[in-house]
Every structure is written in C-alpha cells, then in structure tokens.
Design a protein around this ligand. Structure first.
Ligand code: BGC
Length: 703
C-alpha cells in the first residue's frame, strides 16, 4: 500500500467514532474554519463553523468563540427516503481531505429501500485565496434508475454552541430566486454578522425565510444515467455592515475557486512542507499538522489568537494557552514567521489585561492570562463540572504563573531567528520587562534564596506547590533576558528608552542579581527537584497500571496524587528543552530524563511530542520514535479518547518541532541554522524549509 502523504483518507463510516473524525476532517483557511460534519444531519454531531477572533460572551457564560450560522447543512431525500448513513449504511464510502488545496471530498454509493443506486460526491472548501468564502459542490449520479430528489439547504443559526444560542437573527432577504442574505447580532451585542448564499443548479427553488434558518427547497428529477450538479457559495462579513451577494463567484466557477485556493495554499506549503524519505506515515502526519496549524493561524492581526483545540471543536472554548507560545509559535517562527508575528501582536495587545491581572493579586508588572480570548483578560473558568462527582475548583488561572515567562520566551525565540528588531523594540521589550517586574514583586525571601511559593507548574497534577522547577527556571531566565535586552535597546536604532517604558536603569540592573538567587534545587547526581518535597513523594510503578486508557488522575484522584511521584507532563524536562543550560552536561540531561520520564503519565496532550524531541536530543532515537508515534496517534487514532472536542493544537506543533529540532537537531549557530541529526531507523533523510533573518534555507538532513 502506498500512502499519498497529502491526503487524509477514511474508507468507512463508523458511527461510533464519527465525532472524532468530524474534528480531524476540519477545513480552515486562517479566517474561517468548518468542522468535518456531514452535510446531512446526524444525531450527536457537533456542527460548527468559526470565524477566527469572533469571541462572544453569552449572558452567564464565559467568553467563547461562538460558531457562526452553518453553511454546510444540506438535507436530501431520494425517492422519498432520507439520505442518512446511520439509518442505511452506504454501499461504498470514501472521504479525503486534500492537504494541498483544503478540498474535502466525500463520495458515497447509496441505495435506499426502494430506490435506484446513486453516487453522491460532496466537495467543500474554505478558500485560502478569499478568506471569507465557503463553497460546496454536490454531484448526484443516478447509476441505475431515474430518481427524484428533495433538496433543502440554507444558513442555519440554530446550531452554534452546545450550551447556548450565540446569534439573534436580524432579518432575511431574497434578492433573487437563488440568493439569500441574512443578518445577525451576537447575543452580547458586540458583533453584527451578514451572510450571503447562492445556490446554483437547483432550478425552481422555493425560499423558506425562517429568521434563524432561511433556506431553499426544490424537487429535482435525475434521469437514469445522468447527473445533477449543485454549487453553493456562502460569504461571511462580520462587523462591517451589509454584504454584497453579487460578490459571490460566478456560476460554473467551482473548479477555479478550488484552483485559486490551491495556489494560495502552495505559497504556504513552500515554507512548510516536510519530506521524510523512508516514512510516508510520518510525512502525512506532519503535513496534517502543518495544514491544521496554518488553518487556525490568522495571517494578519485580526484580533484573533490560536486556541488549544484550533477551531475544530468546542474544546476549551477556543481560549489561548501557553500551548501557542511554546508549541506553535516556535514552529511558525522557523517556517513562516508572519504567522508568529500575528500571535505576538495578540500577546502584546494583552499587556493591559496582564497588568490588570498582576494588580488584582497585589503585584507589579504583567501577569499574563492562563486562558485568554478577545483581550488579555483572564477567562479561565473557576470550576469544572466533571461527568461524575461534584464540581472541581480550577486553580490554573490563579497559580499557573509560568505563562508570563512563556510569552516572553516565544517573543525572544522569534527575535533571535528573524532579527525583527522593530518587533523587539516596539513590543517584545515591553513584554519581557513587564514580566520581569512581575517576578520581582512575586519572589519571597527565605532560606536558601528567593522562592516562588504556591504555584502550579506544567505538571498540573500537583497544585499549590512551592518552587516549581520550570516556573523558577523560566522566571530566572526572563529576569536575565530582560537585562540583556535592555542593553541591546540602549544602542539599537529606534528602540525606546527605558524611561519611556516606565523603567529605570537601576531597576533593570537589579534583575540579574535576583535571577541568581532564585531557588533551584538538585540532588548530587544533578537531578533537579520538580518542586519542594517532590523527592519525598511515594513512588508507584506506572507500568503496573497497564493496560490503561484513562489518565492516572482519574484513577488516583487529585488528593492522593499530591503525595505521589507521578507527573502529568514534562516539567523539569520541559525546562531543559527550552533553556539548554539546565541540562548542564549530557550526563545531567540523561539523569533527569531517567528520573522523570518513567514518572510521566502523559495525561496532557502536550507531553508525548515534547518527550520525543528531548529523547531524540539525548540520542535515544528508538525511544524518541516510539514517543513520536504515540503523539501522532493522539489525533490520528484518537488515543486519548477526547478527539471529539477538537484537534490537539500543541500536539501538532510539538510533532513538527520533534521532527525539526528533535530528530534533525535544528539549532541556531553564529552563522545561521545548524543541524545535528539523530534520525530514527526508518528515516533516510528529512527535508524542510527554515527562515532565518529573511533568508530561506532548504534543509535536507541525512543520517
Ligand atoms: C494541559 C495544559 C494545557 C491545556 C490546554 C491541559 O490539560 O495540562 O498544559 O495548556 O491542557 O491544552
């Protein structure tokens, strides 16, 4: 079997796993995103199209990315029998997502109880060339007998959010028989939205102008041996007044709409394609990863961020976490820095919110939101409602403080690779200094130096801990980096003076001494203690809990976990990956790995790909490759069982970084990009493109 590494395919419709498949067959163009639900309705589906950055705060709800009225819905009966694959399974089925163009195609061979056999081909696309344009094409071939079809399709605002309606209809018009326009206002009054749709090929359609579900309906007969072709175009226009339906593409243009999207995608692919000689499965996984990340990344600053589940479901309400700074932005920085720049602009705009958050806790500087939406204000929920048991208090919004250093780290990484001094002067410097000032107001004097007490590190299994290694190490890094950047700014053209940013030279000069005194504790063999008391926790043998599909958190419970040396995800190991000095020598790197890797539950989707990257750097390529495969399985085999909520954004970024930085060993030397390959057994070579200071480097890394 040969794998086409540009096609994500599915050869069977399996109702039990359809929710997860909806997520991975998401199509997106950076602005719009549509989950891979079928055109016809299914029980239990999560139908949604999102516009990047269009956050809504329904009354009594936390701010969320509200789905816009659906454009994909199309109901069909064949000789009176509803076309429904759950009621009557198909005689043939194939779905493919072409990652080169973003075209999603589903071909179904189907026969009703008393009908002839029909072949249906649904193709849909969100144009990469025209971001607000959605297009759907349907071909129905009557293979054996003449069939009569009832077709109904429109704009559906009754689907939108699993919890609550998001849009209130504000009027429907039908400027011509095949055209409908609909206006909406978001329930919080923040946004208006205009949508236009046109349906070609339907002939004499009847309009049903229900305000929340305007649609066209027609009955069409397809003679035996002939075919019907329908094309639907939909354009969205938020917050900018009336839409002009005449701007929709002309009739008969579906293939040129696909063509121009493919051309626009090929521009993106020029910088982001990865080839792996010897491993088509991995190559496909990396194409999928890049496709989905690019699809969720706004190419220009539209006020949007990249959510933890991209725009492929309702998971985490599309809130932005450290996932974007540490797992996604660094990948974009290496391959298409404009997409990083947009995220960093989003972070910079969040500075005021971060200042407000620091002030709320009686501290100085800026404390970034653990979860953010339209602004920099923290929108982390305070309670979670598990399926079983009472509500659980969520402390991350208050205690997961490392986010502040993560934002600065992403900015610094971007600057080092791009040399974008303008960004550093205008935005990065303030981000770094304000965060450093936060740490100064946060540290507490105590025995053995300065402490950061009562936090949550990346390992969220242990809450209210003191001196979390990752947090302390990153805070110290940020304080030192702030000093270096202030030095740079003093002589850089056009950089602001410290006073303009509200700092004095004396304040900044003090940062370095503080950084040196932040408490980091290690054993004699160089193993860092993850947090105060970690070395005294009860050890358990995780292997004895296999076979296991649930996280150890669910099985041990939060209380018992506090006393157990099992961690959710990389913490010390994560710090070593971001700040190599902490690995001191190869021996300490390995000692920490050997201590922490067996204690890691991978209860977070961030963990496996990061472990793969670090294992590769340690030269443990076999283990790294195994971890890489398990990380691929998170979305492409739903191995965590929560794929229905959406694609795991950080896993996808993590995989690309594992390939490029882990296996190929990409680094930044004095003269530009360097490599240090540790390729796994099946890989003969890996090829990718890297941007460094405006120069494109085509990399081909062999064993
Ligand atoms: C992880 C966090 C992550 C969040 C969003 C949590 O389960 O532990 O590290 O930021 O999910 O992906």
């Amino acid at each position: 079997v040969t794998t086409d590494t540009w096609l994500l395919t599915e050869d069977r419709h399996v109702p039990d796993v359809a929710g997860w498949k909806e997520a991975i067959f998401t199509i997106a163009n950076g602005y719009l995103s549509t989950r891979g639900t079928f055109e016809e309705r299914r029980a239990g589906e999560l139908r949604c199209t999102f516009i990047n950055g269009l956050f809504v705060e329904p009354p009594g709800e936390i701010e969320l990315l509200g789905a816009v009225p659906d454009w994909t819905g199309l109901s069909l009966t064949v000789d009176g029998e509803p076309f429904d694959l759950d009621r009557r399974p198909p005689a043939g089925y194939r779905r493919t997502l072409d990652l080169r163009s973003g075209l999603l195609t589903r071909t179904v061979l189907w026969r009703g109880a008393e009908t002839g056999t029909v072949k249906l081909t649904f193709s849909r696309l969100l144009s990469m060339a025209r971001p607000n344009l959605a297009a759907l094409h349907l071909t129905v071939e009557a293979l054996t007998d003449t069939v009569t079809l009832d077709v109904e399709t429109g704009l559906d605002a009754t689907v939108g959010s699993p919890a609550t309606p998001v849009w209130t209809p504000a009027g429907v018009e039908q400027p011509s028989p095949t055209l409908l326009t609909a206006g909406y206002r978001s329930v919080d009054g923040r946004h208006t939205l205009e949508v236009a749709m046109r349906m070609d090929g339907l002939g004499d359609a009847k309009a049903i102008t229900e305000p929340d579900h305007p649609r066209l309906r027609a009955t069409v007969t397809v003679p035996a041996g002939e075919r019907l072709e329908l094309t639907k175009y939909v354009a969205y226009r938020p917050d900018r007044g009336p839409i002009h339906p005449m701007d929709l593409p002309p009739e008969g243009s579906f293939s040129s709409v696909v063509g121009s999207s493919r051309t626009a995608w090929s521009e993106r692919w020029r910088g982001s394609g990865v080839t792996i000689d010897g491993d088509a499965e991995a190559e496909l996984a990396l194409h999928f990863a890049a496709f989905q990340l690019i699809g969720a990344a706004p190419p220009t600053d539209t006020g949007a961020g990249i959510g933890a589940r991209l725009m492929s479901g309702f998971g985490y309400r599309h809130h932005v976490f450290w996932d974007t700074d540490i797992f996604i932005t660094p990948y974009f920085t290496l391959t298409q820095p404009d997409l990083s720049r947009t995220h960093l602009a989003y972070r910079f705009r969040g500075l005021d919110g971060a200042r407000r958050k620091a002030a709320r806790f009686g501290r100085k500087g800026a404390f970034w939101a653990w979860e953010s939406a339209a602004t920099g204000d923290d929108v982390t929920p305070e309670w979670s409602k598990p399926v079983f048991g009472p509500p659980v208090r969520i402390w991350t919004g208050q205690l997961q403080e490392h986010i502040t250093a993560d934002v600065a780290w992403a900015a610094d990484h971007y600057w080092r690779w791009t040399g974008d001094d303008r960004f550093m002067a205008d935005e990065g410097l303030a981000i770094t200094l304000e965060g450093a000032r936060y740490w100064v107001s946060r540290v507490e004097e105590g025995s053995g130096g300065l402490h950061i007490r009562d936090v949550i590190g990346p390992d969220e299994y242990h809450i209210h801990v003191d001196d979390n290694f990752y947090t302390n190490a990153m805070a110290a890094w940020q304080l030192r980096r702030a000093v270096e950047l202030a030095h740079w700014a003093a002589s850089a053209d056009g950089a602001p003076r410290l006073e303009e940013l509200g700092f004095t030279a004396g304040e900044v000069a003090g940062f370095a001494a503080l950084a040196d005194r932040i408490h980091l504790h290690s054993r004699r063999d160089g193993v860092w203690e993850q947090h105060d008391g970690f070395f005294g926790l009860a050890e358990i043998d995780l292997a004895a809990w296999e076979p296991r599909v649930r996280a150890i958190y669910d099985l041990l419970g939060e209380e018992r976990l506090q006393h157990t040396a099992v961690i959710k995800q990389a913490d010390v190991v994560m710090a070593m990956a971001l700040i190599p000095e902490h690995a001191r020598t190869a021996v300490t790197g390995a000692a920490n790995w050997d201590y922490y890797a067996p204690k890691t539950d991978h209860g977070s989707s961030l963990s496996l790909a990061l472990h793969a990257r670090v294992a590769a750097r340690l030269g443990r390529t076999e283990e790294a490759y195994e971890l890489f495969g398990r990380a691929v399985a998170i979305d492409l085999a739903d191995s965590m069982g929560n794929g229905r909520d959406g694609i795991h954004a950080a896993t996808q970024g993590g995989l690309l970084l594992a390939a490029i930085e882990g296996f190929a060993g990409l680094g930044l030397g004095e003269d530009g990009p360097t490599t240090d390959p540790r390729l796994p057994e099946p890989w003969r070579s890996i090829g990718f493109t890297v941007q460094h200071r405006g120069t494109t480097h085509e990399m081909e890394v062999t064993r």
